[in-house]
Design a binder for this molecule. Structure first.
Ligand code: PMP
Ligand code: GLN
Length: 381
């Protein structure tokens, strides 16, 4: 009963989705898109299910997908990658993260983390014997506390996890913040696991900059992507890790005992999808930006104080102006059960539960779902 993992509860995403289902709520909680699924990519997968391949592919991923990932990162970021030595396909970014952490962390290594924190990082770090060092960015501006970040590094630091664009903050790290971090990694001879699952979901002329593209960072970064986010097919669980060969090797050792491989037909379809034209990527971004604005406008009308979002699927909104002074967990349960709209409490992304008056809403939903949610909230408050 006292094992490391038993101290963690059921993930908030599962909890809130089940509660939403039980109450017939519009689910703006868990981050999965609706009405954005790429039908071309789905058709490719259907064809590959019927015609194969259907047996174990290479543990590193199909050559065709590894090449497509390398080509994607050259096209968008100018990275020159050897697809056979520097790219590994995983079963979602979640597995990519676990493989990186189990592959690289030795008991007693320190790991720097920045809150708000995606919920799969900490349990795996603890299970691997790592010692988390937490730094936080906080609403409403989510500014990087440079001194605290520098102070979190020591000679025991093995790596940092950075998530940009950031869930749930919607913060997109800029070039100066990344350069500051790069300096710390060099000074402390540390690595960065870069969770870039929302790489294409950046708005208002912002640009996603992979830390790996900064000088000196090519050998220090493990860059993680997710087809679930790029093609709005989150249930597929196809992800990848890109890293220099010496860094990828221990990660591949962990991967071979975690999942070993990933469905080959989905890999075929994702390889096709990554080659889609700029109209696809630009179209997705434009659609999501419009939905972000639509939801932000609706929530403001209801009376929330809505925070700015530069990237990801998420808006955080302060509910105190509605006159509610309880915790964010209670607020999210209340609106799920009573108003019929599910959201995620932002405190779920912090260890100390003191950031407790923001709800996270996912805007990657249909306009009809957004309208219905705003309408229900408007009636309730
Ligand atoms: N990292 C972040 C920041 C996420 O929000 C998510 C969630 N979808 C993941 C990783 C996991 O991605 P995947 O579904 O590809 O495992
Ligand atoms: N990443 C998604 C979110 O933040 C959900 C992932 C999950 O359900 N584990 O909502």
């Amino acid at each position: 009963a006292n094992s490391i993992l038993s101290s963690f509860g059921t993930t908030i995403f599962e909890t809130m989705s089940r509660l939403a289902q039980a109450h017939g709520a519009v689910n703006l909680g868990q981050g999965f898109p609706e009405g954005l699924e790429s039908s071309e990519v789905i058709a490719k997968a259907a064809e590959a299910l019927v015609n194969g391949p259907n047996q174990y592919p290479s543990m590193m991923g199909t050559p065709e997908l590894r090449q497509a990932i390398a080509a994607h990162d050259k096209r968008f970021y100018g990275l020159e990658l050897d697809p056979m030595a520097e790219v590994m396909v995983t079963s979602g970014a979640t597995e990519a993260l676990a493989s990186c952490l189990f592959g690289l962390i030795e008991p007693g290594d320190e790991v720097v983390l920045i809150e708000p924190l995606y919920d799969s990082y900490l349990p795996i770090i603890r299970r691997a014997g790592g010692i988390p060092k937490l730094v936080r960015v906080a609403p409403p501006h989510w500014d990087l506390p440079r001194e605290a970040l520098a102070a979190a590094f020591s000679h025991k630091t093995k790596l940092i996890i950075i998530n940009s664009p950031m869930n749930p903050a919607g913060k997109v790290w800029d070039a100066e913040e990344l350069a500051f971090l790069a300096g710390l990694l060099e000074r402390h001879d540390a690595y960065a696991v870069c969770d870039e699952v929302y790489e294409h979901l950046v708005y208002d002329q912002r640009r996603h900059i992979p830390l790996m593209t900064l000088p000196g960072m090519r050998e220090r970064c493990l860059k993680i992507g997710s087809a679930g986010k790029i093609f709005s097919l989150t249930g597929w669980k196809v992800g990848w890790v890109i890293a220099a060969p010496a860094l990828l090797q221990p990660v591949a050792k962990a991967h071979q005992y975690l999942t070993f491989t990933t469905p080959p037909n989905l890999q075929t379809a994702v390889a096709f999808g990554l080659g889609l034209g700029d109209d696809y990527y630009g179209g997705l971004r434009a659609l999501l930006q419009a939905r972000r604005d639509h939801l932000a406008e609706g929530l403001s009308r209801v009376g929330f104080e809505v925070l700015a979002t530069g990237g990801s699927y998420f808006i955080s909104a302060d509910f105190r102006p509605l006159g509610y002074n309880g915790s964010d967990e209670d607020f999210c349960r209340m609106i799920t059960e009573k108003a019929g709209v599910a959201a995620i409490p932002v405190s779920a992304f912090y260890q100390a539960k003191d950031v407790s008056h923001f709800a996270r809403f996912c805007f990657a939903k249909t306009d009809a779902a957004i309208d219905q949610a705003v309408d229900r909230l408007g009636r309730y408050f």
